[in-house]
Design a protein around this ligand. Structure first.
Ligand SMILES: Nc1ncnc2c1ncn2[C@@H]1O[C@H](COP(=O)(O)OP(=O)(O)OP(=O)(O)O)[C@@H](O)[C@H]1O
Ligand SMILES: [Mg+2]
Length: 341
């Protein structure tokens, strides 16, 4: 701004008073070489040499101005002055008062800071410029900012909740990694396995997936169920594949609440049959044999490896994997019979 020397004011007290009295103005910044301005009510803190203002979140100007040099223009009274007003011949002029304030912008949505702003405005609202004290809209400003504070607090709570969820998921992932590591070191070694524990571990490897997809997951077995001597990490892979397929099938199936039921029954004193039944999309009769073929899939992102590999693993472990389904939309049951060696 060009200021003729004789109109310039350098007395800080006068400038401060002017800012207090004329606190509604423009915040000007540059966004990709284009000047942008917002019209805001400013709160002046002389001790801190700061201007505070609130900008609507939807206003994108705040997204660019953090740490940027900005200009605030506050205007005072202004009017047309006719040449006849002067004693000596003169030209018509438009007289005005204004202050230009340059500074660095800092954005905050910290509710504490906003609360401070609200308290300050509330405490000083009588001297807070004509706009805030007398203008009907200005009078609503403190109440508006109080509401804004509440809105920010609730937003903060939501963020806090998201943070909690992320922490829980992180713990879950750590648990899964721990579980995977516990299965990593025992390749090729047969050991006594309580099958329901193994199926539970397979389900845990899904993380919170069953809950998230609203799937009821149950295990049914008798106390006397014998342990089976088997290679547990191979069998774990089979159960992971079957549970993953069952989950996918319930997601595609006709029921709002998916159900996966795993029933363990003792066939004789060394053999156990495990039936994994879901209430999902079911299988057409003509596909009942094809589904074990390498590469057979009906899923857009499927590979058709899961069942083929699982059937082979079951055979390697001396068992057999079979399937039955009453038809499309009616769920499916995968059975595996395992014998203790
Ligand atoms: N529980 C089930 N209910 C209905 N259809 C099933 C079920 N399990 C498997 N299928 C069918 O068998 C096909 C083959 O399953 P498979 O596990 O071999 O491969 P996939 O799940 O499609 O892909 P991926 O190789 O990633 O596991 C599936 O695409 C699906 O059509
Ligand atoms: Mg699969």
């Amino acid at each position: 701004m060009y200021i003729p020397k004789h109109f310039s004011v350098s007395d800080e007290n006068i400038i401060h008073e002017f800012i207090q009295q004329n606190s509604f103005g423009q915040l000007i910044s540059v966004d990709q070489e284009v000047p942008v301005a917002s019209h805001l009510a400013f709160m002046f803190l002389p001790e801190e040499n700061k201007l505070l203002a609130h900008m609507a979140r939807i206003n994108s100007q705040w997204q660019q101005i953090d740490n940027q040099k900005v200009l605030v223009c506050l205007n005072g009274p202004h009017d047309y002055i006719s040449p006849s007003w002067y004693d000596t011949p003169g030209v018509p002029t438009w007289d005005y008062q204004t202050v230009h304030i340059y500074g660095e912008a800092r954005c905050t949505d910290d509710p504490e800071t906003l609360k401070k702003l609200v308290d300050l405005i509330n405490a000083q609202k009588d001297n807070f410029s004509d706009f805030v004290a007398n203008d009907p809209k200005g009078k609503k400003l403190p109440e508006f900012l109080s509401k804004l504070c509440d809105a920010f607090s609730s937003e903060h709570e939501k963020i806090e909740k998201k943070h909690q969820d992320i922490t829980t998921s992180h713990d879950h992932i750590r648990g899964i990694i721990g579980l995977q590591q516990s299965y990593a070191g025992v390749r090729g070694v047969a050991e006594k396995v309580h099958l329901p524990d193994l199926v539970n571990d397979a389900a845990k490897l899904f993380g919170a997936s069953f809950d998230r997809h609203n799937i009821q997951f149950t295990l049914t077995y008798g106390e006397e169920l014998p342990k089976i001597i088997t290679e547990k990490n191979k069998l774990l892979q089979v159960f992971v594949n079957l549970l993953k397929n069952a989950r996918d099938a319930t997601k595609e199936g006709p029921h709002q609440e998916g159900k996966i039921e795993v029933v363990f029954s003792q066939l004789d004193n060394k053999s156990v049959q495990v039936n994994i039944t879901d209430n999902g999309i079911g299988i057409e009769e003509e596909n009942l044999t094809k589904i074990f073929n390498y590469g057979f899939t009906t899923k857009p992102t499927g590979h058709g490896f899961g069942l083929h590999g699982s059937a082979n693993l079951a055979t390697e472990l001396g068992g057999k994997l079979t399937v039955s389904s009453p038809g499309l939309g009616l769920g499916a049951t995968f059975s595996i019979v395992l014998s203790g060696k």
